[in-house]
Design a protein around this ligand. Structure first.
Ligand SMILES: Cc1ncc(COP(=O)(O)O)c(C=O)c1O
Length: 420
């Protein structure tokens, strides 16, 4: 099939993410999306299994979000947030604070997950500086973790795919150890804190699911243990819920189901129902209080140009309406059952190491995937959009996906993996 003109003339000028451009499998040209479908320029349609990096929680083009963005567009697409403020941002901040656990109370908006993490790290570091405590400027992070691609976010991520190593000379040094999930790792965690707690500003963790690091799950007790240790050593706990937030694990936030309140939480991805770039770093009152001062140097020195973009805030408010009006968490639990049942046959396929499901996340872990591109192509040929990475095939569909589409996705995975 011939590619459209815009593709042929524009593609030689584009630089794709995480891609060796010399050997790249040319990306598919998309002309439109709707619901859980991706429409290709050549007329084919794919059922989307990953909701655009798990952002489009209500499916694509939801009419309620479109209407909200469209009215906001007529009124005010953007205005700077320095010295000015607006209703969509303040409403959103108030609503987020109401729905977040505990006394997470102050919202700082930015425009991507990585930047939300940078802001969280800066908040935690400056918290100590403002309190006149020096030398607490490093963080404890966990193997398997991923917090983004900017410099500080990379420095608290597991050195996955060699990214960390490549930039070794550039990255600030932090500590990355195993999550305290069994006797051995708990002992190592305790020992580490005994020796190093005095150097730490805080601990950063992806609660319940480490996403991009391999869709690795851990139990609520692991988070409770980390929270208790942070309290014991007076460390700030940052929960990065950029992946897990907004129903993905079956509760609104993963911290809810573990019954813990982090000191700082980062949100993005499904915050706008996957329609626009927006992120939030939300801090507890005690963090904010450390910045409340007559000294201008105690202010938080961060301010992205497009922070709190009114269109994105309108989309996020509309997305929260949908969580209020429609049974998203129940849908996530239905998806969970569908994933369990649909992916179960994978357990009998040679080369499958593990099949696991948490909330609306389904994972098939293989011993290895020899040819990722070939596997990706076979999913497209089967009419589904599934993007395996490393040795993982996973589904994170829209929470609104129909049983029929979900069955098609899981059946495609079983079929494709069965035929070598
Ligand atoms: C847990 C987590 N933190 C941070 C990020 C980075 O977000 P962004 O890609 O918007 O910078 C991601 C992205 O996948 C993520 O899953």
């Amino acid at each position: 099939m011939t590619a459209p003109d815009w593709y042929t003339s524009g593609f030689p000028h584009i630089w794709l993410p995480y891609t060796q451009m010399k050997t790249v499998m040319p990306p598919l040209a998309v002309s439109h999306t709707h619901g859980t479908r991706i429409g290709l320029a050549d007329g084919r349609e794919l059922i989307d299994g990953i909701a655009s990096w798990w952002t489009a929680c209500h499916g694509y083009n939801h009419p309620h979000i479109r209407a909200a963005v469209s009215s906001q567009l007529d009124l005010m697409p953007h205005v700077m947030f320095g010295g000015l403020t607006h209703k969509p941002a303040l409403r959103l901040a108030e609503r987020l604070v109401k729905m977040l656990p505990g006394d997470l109370d102050r919202v700082f908006f930015s425009d991507s997950g990585s930047v939300a993490v940078e802001v969280a790290l800066k908040m935690a570091t400056q918290y100590w500086l403002n309190k006149n405590v020096r030398k607490r400027s490093t963080f404890l992070a966990f193997k398997g973790g991923y917090h983004g691609d900017t410099i500080a976010a990379m420095s608290v991520s597991d050195p996955a795919e060699g990214m960390h190593k490549l930039f070794d000379g550039l990255l600030p040094k932090h500590f990355v150890i195993d999550l305290p999930s069994d006797e051995k790792t708990i002992a190592a965690f305790d020992k580490f804190l005994k020796e190093h707690a005095g150097e730490l500003a805080g601990i950063i963790v992806e609660p319940l699911v480490q996403g991009a690091g391999g869709m690795l799950f851990h139990g609520q007790e692991v988070l409770q243990r980390i929270r208790a240790a942070a309290d014991r050593y007076m460390l700030l706990l940052i929960a990065d819920e950029i992946f897990t937030g907004f129903g993905r694990t079956g509760s609104m936030f993963a911290c809810d189901s573990a019954g813990i309140v982090p000191d700082i939480i980062t949100l993005s991805k499904a915050l706008t129902g996957g329609t626009m770039a927006l992120a939030a770093t939300v801090a507890r009152g005690k963090i904010f209080d450390a910045f409340w001062s007559d000294d201008p140097k105690h202010a938080l020195m961060h301010g992205p140009t497009f922070m709190a973009n009114p269109l994105a805030c309108a989309a996020a408010n509309a997305s929260l309406d949908l969580f209020d009006l429609e049974p998203r968490l129940a849908q996530a639990m239905d998806i969970s059952e569908g994933l369990e049942a649909g992916l179960a046959p994978c357990r009998d396929i040679a080369g499958v190491k593990d099949v696991r499901v948490k909330g609306a996340i389904g994972v098939v872990e293989l011993d290895r995937i020899d040819d990722l591109n070939a596997l990706k192509n076979r999913f497209v040929e089967a009419g589904v959009w599934v993007r395996p990475f490393n040795n993982i095939v996973y589904l994170t569909p829209a929470l609104t996906i129909s049983d029929e589409d979900l069955n098609t996705l899981t059946a495609a995975i079983v079929d494709v993996l069965r035929k070598p």
